[in-house]
Design a protein around this ligand. Structure first.
Ligand SMILES: [Zn+2]
Length: 401
């Protein structure tokens, strides 16, 4: 074969791969590129529940307050709130579903710790759900363990429920789950948004769907009620399958993507010391995401901090190490709330986002490396090596803010 024939075959192969993966490539390119490293730790499930949360929140706030970013801003944690748990004794007495809300006197220490953290600038609050379950599903359950859970003294711990029942926006009394009716969804969303405004003092703008199981209908109801940002794992899971796992993947969803009034953000990875993903793991994620021009949006849960004092103290040490680690690695790091990131991305704020093609290319090339099959094909074709060399030559620093 002659050189021109070989070159032609190679070009054809490259064109084929590009054509095959054009949607993925377009998404990588479309996703906003941040000028500076951004760290956001999002912790879920706080609010109505075990009273150990009050001291945990206080201690988390102290750790956050010890760290400032390049702009002198205190570290901040975005907390997704659960607004109510069952009123077990009342349910046992009446046979009807009854709830105890986060602003009831029995939760005063938790409510106060949240309010104090917001005043200190270390907490940003967002909606998780009125409950971390769908009440009619639990009430209809024939499972003795679920009935006992519903009837126990206040407060119940939702993490103790079987996993499929922790999803709020499907009926998982039998599997696969069934969708909820539009009227039920609209009423429940209106009630949770109203309760949030009463308890927090302002309406919610960001929502983290419990267990990441939710539907377009729920999203439309949230939008109608004033929510503007939905946090996702990069997919929407509208159901629980026969095996109980979230399913029906809708996506992929990228940072900054919109659907009507709603803008999406994507949690990329975890900071969960209790599950072996502590500071070392999260710092690796931070470095990768920063190289890709993406925000480092980390998932966390209250159970790292409320199970027992030893686990909590270890998680606090890890949190401290994470914050110290990002500042040491990147002194230009910025801490912010999920809502602030949403605003930056939706406004396409030029102070924060890189717009020029030549400035973006290096970041997008880094994203390509995480693309599994596509990256393997590019390596086999030699495109990866060529690209690496070209990037080294052409890339220009995006410059500081
Ligand atoms: Zn949750």
């Amino acid at each position: 074969m002659t050189a021109p024939t070989l070159l032609g075959a190679w070009l054809l192969a490259v064109a084929l791969v590009v054509g095959l993966f054009r949607r993925s490539l377009a998404r990588l390119w479309r996703e906003p590129v941040l000028r500076v490293p951004v760290l956001i730790v999002e912790s879920d499930d706080w609010g109505a529940g075990p009273l150990a949360q009050a001291e945990a929140l206080q201690r988390i706030g102290d750790v956050l307050q010890g760290h400032r970013d390049a702009a002198g801003r205190t570290a901040v944690m975005s907390l997704a709130l659960v607004l109510a748990v069952p009123d077990g004794p009342a349910i046992a007495r009446s046979g009807q579903y009854r709830a105890v809300a986060l602003d009831s006197p029995c939760f005063a220490p938790i409510h106060e710790a949240l309010r104090e953290g917001v005043a200190r600038g270390v907490f940003a609050l967002q909606l998780h759900g009125m409950e971390h379950y769908w009440p009619p599903t639990l009430m209809a359950s024939a499972d003795p363990a679920v009935r006992a859970w519903l009837h126990q003294p206040v407060p119940a711990t939702t993490e103790d429920l079987p996993s499929p029942l922790q999803s709020r926006w499907v009926d998982a009394r039998t599997l696969p789950s069934r969708p909820l009716g539009a009227a039920e969804i609209a009423a429940a969303v209106a009630a949770e948004v109203q309760a949030y405004a009463r308890i927090v003092g302002e309406p919610p703008r960001v929502v983290v769907p419990p267990t990441f199981v939710w539907t377009r209908e729920v999203e439309q109801a949230w939008a109608a009620a004033g929510l503007r940002c939905v946090v996702t794992p990069g997919w929407r899971y509208p159901a629980r399958g026969a095996d109980g796992l979230p399913c029906g993947d809708e996506g992929p969803i990228i940072n900054g993507e919109r659907s009507g009034e709603i803008g999406y953000l994507v949690r990329t990875d975890y900071f969960e010391p209790v599950r072996g993903r502590g500071a070392a793991h999260a710092l690796g994620v931070f470095e990768r995401k920063t190289a890709e021009g993406r925000p480092c949006l980390l998932e966390n849960h209250r159970d790292n901090f409320i199970v027992d004092a030893k686990t909590r103290d270890q998680a606090l040490v890890e949190l401290d190490a994470l914050l110290a680690g990002v500042r040491q690695r990147r002194p230009d790091v910025r801490f912010m709330s999920t809502w602030e990131l949403h605003t930056i991305v939706q406004r396409q704020d030029p102070d924060w986002l890189v717009a020029g093609t030549r400035e973006r290319i290096g970041f997008v090339w880094e994203r390509l490396r995480g693309q599994g099959r596509l990256w393997i094909l590019l390596r086999l074709l030699g495109v990866a090596a060529l690209g690496n060399a070209a990037i080294r030559l052409a890339a220009r620093s995006p410059g500081g803010r």
